[in-house]
Design a protein around this ligand. Structure first.
Ligand SMILES: Nc1ncnc2c1ncn2[C@@H]1O[C@H](COP(=O)(O)OP(=O)(O)O)[C@@H](O)[C@H]1O
Ligand SMILES: [Mg+2]
Length: 351
């Protein structure tokens, strides 16, 4: 490196974890810290920035700053070696006395990939929620118009329409409840639950809540509890939500008149948890889930068959909530399925 930058300044700039580059008036690289070696192409020493970082927007901004502009910021996306988004800030240091002769501009590279991704996810989420709430509202508006007009003097039609309105409103209410659950779990995710809960008691409670729905589909809920440990540190309401969602799905997507098996057991070593835990498995017979769909099931609003889920009053948020709650408990959710046979959802909770 040239003598342009003295030892003290070089040490200072090396201490920055982000890439830092100094340019002279000719837009040549007179210094690059260690972190910058990863973003610049080789042989940058005393050469025009265009040789080592050939990105037109950045070069134009650097040109402006070495010619006297105070500051420029450019956001760029790079696809190699790995896709990432960078914010590049170029600041004039022409007036800084401490900087040795030659260097007139300081370039700092900041990796904003994770912020960009988070922002993208937030936007997608808002778009999804709006879309999901829009369809029941559109159907309510349509029905109200029909009731005010064509179906005004049709008592039979009115009954039918009111019943649809009831279903759609309830689905909207469920969606909002699920969204609230999701945000509650997300807020609490950092703190591990401390209450002592008995998994078997929770499953008994869930049975009482869902037995009616199972009977409607002529299904049987078969419980098989191992007699070993069932008490662990957890959140009562959250775990109720997990079991309710999974057993409800098993009833909804299971074959009519088949049985749903719910088993608990102690597992000495669960690799994903790195220790002992309790496994609760919920198994149903039915169409099952194709292997390529399995990893997507816990995404918000993801349903294999949108129309079917909607008809059954689903929100597509159940498994997303389950996944968050399980991870809040530092547990693990496993989903196994054979097409045409059925599916098994297993929740592992650490002891
Ligand atoms: N036991 C199951 N068998 C087959 N498919 C299932 C089962 N559980 C969930 N799924 C699929 O996963 C999707 C997402 O489930 P979930 O998040 O609970 O949403 P919802 O039940 O509201 O549709 C469902 O729409 C369904 O396609
Ligand atoms: Mg569900």
């Amino acid at each position: 490196m040239t003598t342009v930058i003295d030892n003290f300044n070089a040490h200072l700039l090396e201490a920055f974890p982000d890439p830092v580059v100094l340019l002279n008036r000719a837009r040549e690289v007179v210094f690059a810290n260690q972190a910058a070696h990863e973003v610049l192409e080789a042989n940058y020493n005393d050469r025009d920035l265009a040789q080592s970082f050939p990105v037109p927007d950045v070069l134009a901004a650097a040109e402006a700053v070495v010619n006297g502009e105070a500051i420029r910021e450019v956001d760029i996306s790079l696809s190699v070696p790995v896709p990432r988004n960078l914010k590049i800030r170029i600041v004039s240091i022409a007036d800084a006395v401490a900087m040795a002769e030659g260097a007139v501009a300081l370039m700092v590279f900041q990796d904003i990939s994770s912020e960009t991704l988070a922002e993208q996810m937030r936007q997608d989420f808002v778009a999804n929620v709006s879309h999901e709430l829009r369809s029941p509202i559109a159907s309510l508006i349509g029905i109200i118009e029909t009731l005010q007009g064509p179906a005004k003097d049709d008592p039979e039609g009115r009954e039918r329409f009111l019943s649809i309105m009831g279903d759609e409103s309830q689905r909207m209410a469920r969606m909002i409840d699920d969204l609230l659950s999701l945000s509650r779990v997300e807020t609490s995710e950092r703190l591990r639950p401390q209450e002592q809960v008995n998994v078997i008691d929770l499953l008994e409670l869930t049975r009482e809540l869902l037995i009616g729905r199972a009977e409607e589909r002529k299904m049987e809920l078969v419980f098989d509890f191992a007699a070993d440990i069932s008490v662990l540190a957890g959140d009562h309401d959250e775990l109720m939500e997990v079991f309710q969602n999974l057993i409800d799905n098993a009833i909804k997507y299971g074959r009519e008149a088949s049985s749903v098996r719910i088993t608990t057991g102690l597992v000495e070593h669960i690799p994903e948890i790195g220790g002992a835990g309790i496994a609760v498995a919920i198994e149903n017979k039915g169409d099952g889930i194709a292997p390529d769909q399995l990893p997507r099931l816990t995404e918000r609003f993801y349903r294999v068959d949108k129309g079917r889920s909607r008809k059954l009053g689903g929100t597509g948020l159940g498994l997303a909530i389950v996944k968050h709650i399980v991870s809040h408990h530092r547990g693990h959710l496993s989903i196994k399925s054979t097409l045409g046979k059925g599916a098994t959802f297993t929740v592992y909770l650490p002891l």
